[in-house]
Ligand binder design. Structure first.
Ligand SMILES: O=C(O)CCC(=O)C(=O)O
Ligand SMILES: [Fe+2]
Length: 335
């Protein structure tokens, strides 16, 4: 398994570091990724003689850090990808990016017609199962524990969403995709590893998801993830991912660009698609071996949530039939 790039890509360009073992765990960011360790066997293209705003040598060196599937792409595609990454880290590039993103969101919100307006405001009693609501209202360790399983240290699973609400989500997501196809609108996917799925914050759900994080995820994280700032989570990246043989099939081994990740299965019928967890690691030790008690393979169930630290290494196996759709909320603490 190999992947990677710097965590919190928008704030902190993390240079790839030398590898001691050739394998790598990806840090799954929102956008363009690089490997954590260079592919030293790869012979990069020459970028000499092109009209570039950066040194051709920079591109040749960076090419060794491209995700493996990209290496066989035409030089132009690799160039574009690397240029985007470099530009993100120039102050001017960042300002333009923020402005463009604002306009992009505005365009979606003014043209997209939601199917279920109900999803866009937080109505807790419609959304959640009673056991979850009760635990949140009681706001005690014992109450949280009473609704949760912890199949490996630091991975909590519990029933969360009402089936009717999951159905609504599924049809809203279908509606997103239909709209994207009909209008040929080029949406940004949740991260570079997913070709399907949508960023919910871009579709007008930012306020609702903020509330979900603040009122429901933060109280739990305060208790179980205080070491990573669980009580002060202050921003999020919310998205849906879709798997199936005609969608994204699997998701490689990675850590998330988050302090705490909520992953709720919305449905539908599917086989395969198990999540696998392999222990928490800091940046420096992200590629170290897994201990036997860190191994967890977990089959997701519609309506159920999995809550874990972003640094808990994980991935998703191939969804071999049907469709698996999940709602993800990467919760962060920036300050
Ligand atoms: O496929 C899944 O359920 C896991 C998704 C995931 O880990 C992610 O998007 O960060
Ligand atoms: Fe993840």
């Amino acid at each position: 398994m190999s992947l990677s790039v710097g965590r919190k890509e928008t704030h902190q360009p993390t240079p790839p570091t030398a590898s001691h073992n050739g394998n790598g765990v990806a840090v799954l960011p929102m956008t363009h990724r690089l490997r954590l360790n260079p592919n030293t066997e790869h012979k990069p293209e020459s970028y000499e003689g092109l009209q570039l705003e950066f040194s051709p040598l920079l591109f040749s060196s960076l090419e060794r850090y491209l995700p493996p599937p990209m290496l066989s792409l035409p030089r132009d595609s690799k160039l574009r990808y690397m240029r985007d990454i470099i530009l993100r880290y120039s102050p001017e590039g960042e300002r333009t990016r923020v402005q463009r993103h604002r306009e992009y969101r505005q365009k979606i919100i003014s043209h997209y017609q939601p199917l279920h307006r109900e999803l866009y405001a937080m109505h807790a009693s419609n959304f959640f199962v009673p056991s979850f609501l009760k635990a949140i209202n009681e706001n005690k360790v014992e109450s949280f524990r009473s609704i949760m399983a912890e199949p490996t240290l630091g991975v909590f699973t519990f029933e969360m969403l009402q089936p009717r609400f999951c159905e609504m989500w599924l049809s809203e997501v279908e509606n997103f995709e239909k709209w994207v196809q009909e209008t040929k609108f080029r949406i940004m996917r949740p991260n570079t590893m997913n070709k399907f799925g949508a960023v919910l914050d871009d579709f007008g759900l930012e306020t609702m998801l903020d509330k979900l994080m603040e009122d429901f995820i933060r109280p739990i994280s305060k208790v179980f993830f205080s070491d990573v700032g669980g009580s002060t989570l202050d921003s999020h990246h919310g998205f849906v991912v879709e798997y199936g043989i005609d969608r994204d099939v699997e998701l490689g081994f990675h850590v998330d660009d988050s302090e705490v990740t909520l992953n709720v299965c919305l449905g539908k019928q599917f086989s395969g698609g198990e999540l696998f967890f392999r222990g928490v690691r800091c940046d420096k030790h992200v590629n170290t071996e897994t201990q036997s008690d860190e191994i967890l393979d977990y089959s997701h169930v519609p309506g159920r949530a999995v809550l874990h630290r972003g640094r808990h290494r994980h991935g998703a196996r191939a969804t071999t039939s049907g469709h698996r759709v999940n709602l993800l909320l990467w919760c962060r603490r920036n300050y």
